[in-house]
Write a protein of this length. Structure first.
Length: 334
């Protein structure tokens, strides 16, 4: 039996909207909204929105989309309706784009993170979607990566013993990348609480510094958050110390490192961690996983893995951390 086809409006034709995949093989795992919808086969992109006419034209041509609009109001005024609206516009535009898209009564909105520049606007988005009866999925991508989900299951069932502590490192803004990190940690470990904040560092965004922190999970696990400077290189890593191993997610999820204890060759009666094995991650499968989950949610009422509520919790923590940070440090760029 042929699967039902769901119509999609893509708002924002930049990198995450579709551009990353426009220079990649069609056989590669998709990195964008347009790539994920197209690969799945159960969706059809019927229109797009972007104020940049050149970028919009490239998107229309590459993805075989018939209609393009300058803005969301123009799209809604066209009278066309969509099952799904993908919000891939800049963060500052999310509030307007989501609120405008709700006027067309889509079944689901899939919004890039963060939901909005402020937690209050993000809360208003979540409430508006709930009031309108529209499902809201937020692209905290790693929640759809199959190995990330499996590792969460393993932690919950105690397959790695007790989690003793966690260390994580990120850059490029507490809201931009920190929201990904805090959402991931809460997905694995439960609700997070801020214990202390360090000195903010403006390493990329003028209004979104990177902030080190000390957090606590609801189970009492201590979590140290370190920072890097975005101009040096990208960094997003999490290292968990458990009673049976040291397990690290590296390269943003593209790889894992497992270190196991064994009897020390130098000190009798002691154990030491080995040099470890580097294993491939499945982060590149995440966007395809998002399309699968959203399709299943719309057709079979399956629970969404990343929602407005989970994203709002991460954003509130980001805002709390940013407000608690010491005055920003602005290192010299290389």
């Amino acid at each position: 039996m042929r699967r039902p086809s769901l119509s999609v409006l893509v708002v924002g034709c930049g990198n995450i909207g579709g551009a990353f995949d426009q220079v990649r093989s069609r056989n590669a795992w998709p990195l964008t909204h347009a790539g994920a919808w197209t690969r799945h086969g159960g969706f059809r992109i019927t229109a797009c929105v972007d104020p940049d006419a050149s970028r919009r034209a490239i998107f229309l041509r590459h993805w075989g989309v018939e209609r393009g609009f300058d803005n969301c109001t123009q799209a809604i005024d066209s009278g066309e309706r969509w099952d799904v609206v993908s919000i891939c516009s800049p963060t500052a535009s999310h509030f307007y784009d989501v609120m405008t898209a709700l006027q067309s009564q889509p079944r689901l909105i899939f919004c890039e993170k963060p939901l909005a520049p402020t937690a209050s606007e993000a809360e208003a988005i979540v409430e508006a979607c709930e009031t309108a009866g529209v499902l809201l999925a937020v692209n905290h991508t790693r929640r759809w990566a199959p190995d990330v989900r499996e590792f969460g299951r393993q932690l919950a069932t105690g397959e790695h013993g007790e989690v003793r502590s966690v260390n994580a490192r990120y850059n490029k803004g507490v809201l931009n990348n920190g929201s990904h990190l805090f959402d991931l940690l809460s997905f694995w470990l439960g609700p997070l609480e801020l214990l202390s904040a360090g000195q903010a560092v403006h390493d990329f965004w003028p209004d979104d510094p990177t902030v080190p922190a000390l957090l606590s999970a609801s189970s009492g696990i201590c979590i140290g958050i370190g920072c890097a400077f975005a101009a040096d290189y990208s960094l997003f890593e999490v290292e968990l110390v458990t009673s049976t191993a040291m397990i690290a997610m590296e390269d943003g999820g593209l790889a894992w490192r497992l270190r196991l204890p064994s009897p020390s060759t130098q000190f009798a009666g002691y154990k030491a961690l080995d040099a470890g094995r580097r294993l491939p991650g499945r982060y590149l499968e995440a966007m395809a996983g998002a399309a699968d989950n959203i399709y299943d949610g719309l057709l079979n009422d399956a629970p969404l893995f990343s929602t407005g509520s989970t994203a709002l919790a991460a954003q509130r923590l980001c805002e709390t951390l940013r407000n608690a940070a010491s005055p920003a440090h602005r290192p010299d760029k290389p």
